[in-house]
Design a protein around this ligand. Structure first.
Ligand code: 13P
Length: 287
C-alpha cells in the first residue's frame, strides 16, 4: 500500500540520511525503481511531473499501475507516489486519483499567495493522511535553451511556509534541474544552514540531484536535507545503455527487436543508478 512521505522523511531527518525521489516515465522506470528499493530494503518516493502524468495517460493510470506493482511484486518497503512541481489544480487531481503525496509549487506566486494556497492544501492533505511538499525560491534549470541559475530562498519565507504545517519543504539553495553548467557556483550551504536553523525538524528537500558532487550531497544531508530528487541522471543512463545496444546491432540479432530485450539494458542501468544514489543518500536498510 502506498504511504505518505511524512513518516519516512521525519525518520530520515532524525537519522541523518535522505530518501531518494526518483521520477518515473513509464512501466520500466517504475518497476526498476521499486525492485531496487525492495532489494536494498530502502524507502522510496516515486515522482511524477505533470508532463509525465500526461505522457502516462493520466494520474489514475499511474495509480493503477503502481498499486498493481506493489501487490504483484510483493513490495514491502515504504513507497510514496508523489506529484512533482504540481500546480494548484494538479494537486487536487492527484489527491482525487489516489496519490499519497503532492508537491505544490507556489514559488512563482507572491509569498502571500503561496502561503494562502499552501495553507488550504495542508488542510486537505491532513484530512487524507497525505504528505505535502511546498517550495520557496525557484529551482533553476533549462528553459527554452537558456539555463537559469537557481535562486536562494529567503529563510524567513521558508519559516513562514514551514509553520503552515507542510510535511517537507523544498528551498532553493542554488540548485538547478538538469545538468549543471561549467560555471555553476555550487550549493549555498550558508542559505541551507540559515533555513534549517529557522525551520527546525522540518525535512528539507533538495531538487536537481543530478550532477551534484557526492561531498556536497553529504554536506546537504548533514544540514537537514532528507529528500533528494533525481530525474535526469536516470534518463541519461537509460539512453546511453539503449544506444549501446542498438549501436552494437543487437536489435538485429535473433529476436533482439523484442521490446522486452531492447529495453532491458536501460532497465538495468536505471537499477544500478538508483542503487548508487541510495548508497550515497544512506537510505539502504532504512525501510
Ligand atoms: P534532476 O533532473 O536535475 O535530477 O532534477 C530532478 C528534480 O528535482 C525533480 O523535481
Amino acid at each position: 500500500m502506498l504511504v505518505s512521505a511524512k513518516e519516512m522523511l521525519e525518520k530520515a531527518k532524525a537519522g541523518h540520511y535522505a530518501v531518494g525521489q526518483f521520477n518515473i516515465n513509464n512501466l520500466e522506470w517504475t518497476k526498476a525503481i521499486l525492485q531496487t528499493a525492495q532489494e536494498n530494503n530502502s524507502p522510496v518516493i516515486l515522482g511524477v511531473s505533470e508532463g509525465a502524468g500526461k505522457y502516462m495517460a493520466g494520474y489514475k493510470t499511474i495509480v493503477g499501475m503502481v498499486n498493481g506493482m506493489l501487490e504483484e511484486m510483493n513490495i514491502t518497503v515504504p513507497v510514496a507516489l508523489h506529484l512533482d512541481h504540481g500546480s494548484y489544480e494538479a494537486c487536487y487531481k492527484c489527491i482525487e486519483a489516489g496519490f499519497s503525496s503532492v508537491m505544490f509549487d507556489g514559488s512563482h506566486y507572491p509569498i502571500e499567495e503561496n502561503v494562502a494556497k499552501t495553507k488550504e492544501l495542508v488542510k486537505v492533505c491532513n484530512e487524507k493522511g497525505m504528505s505535502l511538499e511546498a517550495e520557496v525560491g525557484s529551482i533553476g534549470g533549462e528553459e527554452d535553451g537558456v539555463i537559469g541559475m537557481g535562486e536562494c530562498a529567503d529563510p524567513q519565507e521558508c519559516k513562514a511556509i514551514a509553520d503552515l504545517g507542510v510535511s517537507m519543504l523544498a528551498a532553493g539553495i542554488g540548485n538547478i534541474h538538469g545538468k549543471y553548467p561549467e560555471n555553476w557556483a555550487g550549493l549555498s550551504f550558508e542559505t541551507l544552514d540559515a533555513i534549517q536553523q529557522l525551520t527546525g525538524d522540518m525535512p528539507l528537500v533538495l531538487h536537481g540531484g543530478t550532477g551534484i558532487p557526492d561531498d556536497m550531497i553529504k554536506k546537504a544531508i548533514s544540514l537537514g536535507v532528507a529528500k533528494i530528487n533525481v530525474n535526469t541522471e536516470c534518463q541519461l543512463v537509460f539512453a546511453e545503455a539503449t544506444r549501446k545496444y542498438i549501436e552494437e546491432g543487437k536489435d538485429l540479432q535473433g529476436k533482439g527487436f523484442d521490446p522486452r530485450k531492447l529495453l532491458a539494458p536501460g532497465f538495468e542501468a536505471i537499477k544500478a543508478k538508483v542503487k548508487e544514489k541510495m548508497e550515497i543518500f544512506g537510505s539502504i536498510d532504512k525501510a
